[in-house]
Design a protein around this ligand. Sequence first.
Ligand code: PEP
Ligand code: MN
Length: 353
Amino acid sequence: MVIAMQAHATAEQVDAVREQLEQAGMRTVAGRDGVRVLIGCFGEVDAIAPVAVATLPGVESVVPWRTPYRLAGRQLSPAARTVVRLGDGAQASVGDASLLVIAGPCSVEGREMLLEAARGVGRAGAGALRGGAFKPRTSPYAFQGLGLDALRWLAEVRRETGLPVVTEVLDPRQVDLVAEHADVLQVGARNMQNFPLLAEVGRVRRPVLLKRGLSATVTELLLAAEYVLARGNRDVILCERGIRTFEPATRNTLDIAAIPVLRAETHLPVIVDPSHAGGRADLVAPLAYAAIAAGADGLIVEVHPHPEAARSDGDQSLSLAGFTELMRGLTPFAAAAGRTLVQPHTPGREAAA
Ligand code: PEP
Ligand code: MN
């Protein structure tokens, strides 16, 4: 249940209500709705009767939770939007009026190619670098990523370019290791409902990029985010990356409608992956434009210095020249959506320019 305090309720009254609920074994989280304090209750629903709460001094009303995702939903603070900052120096952000573009190779294939990719995407205006060290491949015989070596190169390239680094974590046992080397932990589509992994990334102080599962509903995506939030990590970025449908012309079907639906349902930032959605380099730009028009807070795009030689996802990877062209093409769409394509000044970015 959610308790709305009266507009003139005192801080002491708010504390007294929370204390009473917590003594009954519930956990409470405070929010705000205009001028009123809202108290969200978590735990045994029947531990205390809503009617008893309604009679406490300062309480205006007691209502049930409207959605199963409580922390990810908007009931507790309807006007708030979460802004997630990336990098120890908060070099980039997402969820504000900026349009964050994360770019880089599907997989980290070597130090030199990573540095070349990072310099290229940084020069073109990307706000963060992506690159997989541990790859979730459908076939056990496909390239699985270079693991720890790749993580070390990511950390090195971050130091050299100043770009925050996004990389996937596959295994709950590797969360601390990946968090030591990267700024954002990606939970891939195939792991969206890996609940032990969600709980582990919920424990660390690194933003989580949570990709929508191949056949997950919006509600399932939000409940997966809820696992991370409930463990105490409030920095979750959601990613629409296309879902499985009957249509084979594209690798997946980009669910454009999910973007405004998510933005209505949650305060968390929503970004779009046009590379995995379309599965083809020539579809990246039109899907990216559509995503921005539909309200996306950012994009994650696969870029490879030599897409024809990529060890994974070459067909959908843009070349560095292609990415530079994409960034140019995005500018009017970002402006029309009221977003700025930020290019923060970092020492690395100047060095890359
Ligand atoms: C990726 O980002 O390279 C990836 C594997 O994405 P997804 O989990 O969306 O398939
Ligand atoms: Mn990929």
